[in-house]
Write a protein that binds this ligand. Structure first.
Ligand SMILES: [Cu+2]
Length: 140
């Protein structure tokens, strides 16, 4: 009963050593062009500030509506990004761009509204029901 256990441990060690060697080879082999095989590298280093959402390159940003305010009141995104507003108040709110480029319907509690910004610029908006609630989306 002893020997099989030892053997298993030995194998485990061997396998992990082999895996390490492979990883090292992959990392070294890639040299400067780390971009092509970032998946392998990020998996091991867990160096990830990017949470790539499903879909093509576009990111997502969230604005919550709570206590009769947009939070964050000002958000900066990139062209092609989608901003999603979520109403967390029991009161109904809307999201209406001052220039008319986007407009939600009535958002009850828990309802969301998303808009994808395809043009750069600074877009101010307000709640159509409570005009003192204002926000800005800066698209770069
Ligand atoms: Cu409102």
């Amino acid at each position: 009963m002893r020997t099989p256990k030892r053997r298993t441990r030995g194998w485990a060690l061997l396998i992990s050593a082999a895996l390490l060697a492979v990883v090292a080879l992959v990392v070294v082999g890639c040299g400067g062009s780390t971009t092509t095989s970032t998946a392998a590298t990020t998996a091991t280093t867990s160096g990830g500030t990017e949470t790539t959402a499903a879909g093509g390159g576009g990111g997502g940003s969230a604005v919550s509506i709570s206590n009769f305010a947009f939070s964050p009141a000002s958000i900066t995104v990139k062209v092609g990004d989608t901003v999603t507003w979520t109403n967390q108040d029991s009161a109904t709110h809307t999201v209406v761009a001052d220039d008319g480029s986007f407009k939600s319907g009535d958002l009850g509690q828990g309802a969301t509204f998303s808009f994808t910004f395809s043009k750069a610029g600074s877009f101010t908006y307000k709640c159509g029901i409570h005009p003192n609630m204002t926000g800005t989306v800066v698209v770069q």
